[in-house]
Design a protein around this ligand. Structure first.
Ligand code: TGC
Ligand code: FAD
Length: 392
């Protein structure tokens, strides 16, 4: 196992835009990733297993609900701190960051923003401490990019609802204690429902044979006449805008996270290029390798400035869905390109698990698809600037 020598690039002195608290949060997350993730993550990815033992540590560093108020167990941090945490965690592995995104933005956020006080008190502290792990069920076998078409539905039955349907591609599903599930009521209106493991008729089969996000558990959520108490319906927001609002928050975290993966690939490739000698010179001395590395740091720097500004707007409550889409799309696109170029800089060594690059590259193939595909985010930008929807 290669030791973790990661140093984050800061070509434009972006650090000067951060507060002392931001830097502290980033440093403590980075230290934790170096100690707990880097030494073992390759092994877990190779055996396609989520390292469950990391849940407690992630909770301890505040990665579950960084921006959820402290009274509910969250860390009460701002959006830039949240972003920096996601950057450092994805620098370790996209799958571990996925678990944090889902727990924080797709499970805790809807309970906090759309739930009542009893639901907040019942679930949020347990989710923040890692006693509970949650998952988020929006995507269905026939409704991925178009979640508004979902067929998962419920009927009322006294003080319960009867839930039927299926969700697929759900991160953390195989071991989650609770699921925030989006389903249509009898009028066809979408509502969020908290479904708990153990409810009769609720199963979570695991999805196998993934070449991507191998250290993250993915599965289905299957509901066969599941009786759920009505008190588990999130009362304060309904319609497709409710799950899409959660996605805004998760996509924002991914915009920072994917940059972390890109930085790790760049840092690894730069160090390797300086050390690897061919034709009597370090390969870093050849123009073709310099072109790759110079383009990587240029894109990373532009991305860092974009997400920092987005974080400011988010702190002020002014970040729009379309701005978040642009940043998610851009960060993942450059991270994928950087991973592919960085792998080439390492030659044959780049395909081995001795280095993180190939794992990042494969992980990013999921990141470019989930939380809205690359194409969908482009269409969101297209709609925003032209006023014309090209979805349908
Ligand atoms: P559209 O007609 O545009 O909108 C329906 C209603 O929603 C409102 N809205 C939003 N509200 C809050 N936040 C947003 N971001 C919103 N976007 C739209 C909108 O105003 C409207 O409200 P109302 O009151 O008029 O009804 O909806 P559409 O059916 O045309 O679809 C739009 C589209 C394609 C952009 C959207 O459906 C979309 O984003 N599709 C992509 C689906 C997606 O991202 N799925 C992600 C699943 S979760 C996941 O991948 C987790 S991975 C986790 C991990 O491991 O990290
Ligand atoms: P489709 O929607 O079938 O798209 C296929 C292709 O068609 C894409 O290239 C897409 O861009 C393109 N396309 C679709 N519509 C249009 C259009 N109008 N114009 C042009 N092109 C279009 N979902 C959850 O709910 N919860 C989770 O926790 C979760 N975790 C995931 C984890 C992993 C590892 C993966 C891979 C996915 C996860 N997802 C999750 C699902 C993810 O959000 C969907 O895969 C994604 O939204 C795309 O849906 P789809 O796979 O059905 O592709």
């Amino acid at each position: 196992m290669a030791s973790d020598l990661f140093e984050a690039p800061d070509y434009y002195l972006v650090d000067e835009l951060l507060t002392e608290e931001h830097k502290l949060v980033r440093q403590s997350t980075r230290d934790w990733v170096k100690k707990e993730v880097s030494p073992v993550i390759e092994e877990y990815a190779q055996k396609a297993e989520f390292p469950k033992h990391m849940i407690k540590g992630l909770a301890d560093i505040g990665a579950f609900g960084p921006y959820i108020p402290e009274e509910y167990g969250g860390a009460g941090l701002d959006q830039i701190s949240y972003g920096l945490m996601m950057q450092e965690i994805e620098r370790g592995d996209s799958g571990i960051r996925s678990t944090c995104s889902v727990q924080s933005s797709l499970v805790m956020y809807p309970i906090y923003a759309y739930g009542n006080e009893a639901q907040r008190k019942k679930y949020l502290p347990k989710l923040a401490s890692g006693e509970y792990v949650g998952c988020f069920g929006l995507t269905e076998p026939n409704y991925g990019s178009n979640p508004g078409g979902m067929i998962t539905n419920y009927k009322e039955d006294g003080d319960h609802i009867i839930l039927n349907g299926a969700k697929m591609w759900i991160s953390n599903a195989p071991f989650a204690d609770i699921a925030v599930v989006w389903a249509k009521n009898e009028e066809g209106r979408i509502h969020g429902v908290i479904v708990e493991r153990g409810m009769e008729g609720f199963t979570t089969p695991e999805t196998h044979n993934k070449w991507s996000l191998r250290a993250s558990a993915t599965g289905e959520l299957v509901f066969e006449d599941v009786r759920v108490p009505k008190e588990n319906i999130l009362p304060n927001k309904s319609g497709l805008g409710a799950p899409l609002g959660c996605l805004d928050s998760a996509r924002y975290g991914i915009a920072w996270g994917a940059l972390g993966a890109a930085m790790d690939c760049y840092d690894t490739a730069l160090r390797y290029a300086k050390e690897r000698v061919q034709f009597d010179k370090p390969i870093a001395a050849y123009q073709l390798q310099q072109k790759k590395l110079a383009e990587m740091i240029t894109e990373i720097t532009k991305g860092q400035l974009l997400v920092w500004r987005l974080g400011q707007l988010k702190n002020e409550g002014r970040a729009t869905t379309a701005q978040i889409s642009m940043a998610k799309r851009n960060s993942v696109e450059i991270a994928l390109k950087i991973a592919r170029e960085a792998r080439q800089v390492l030659g044959g060594m780049g395909i081995t698990g001795d280095y993180s690059i190939m794992r990042h590259m494969m992980n990013l193939e999921s990141v470019v698809t989930y939380e809205g595909t690359h194409d969908i985010h482009l269409l969101i930008t297209g709609l925003d600037i032209t006023g014309h929807s090209a979805f349908k």
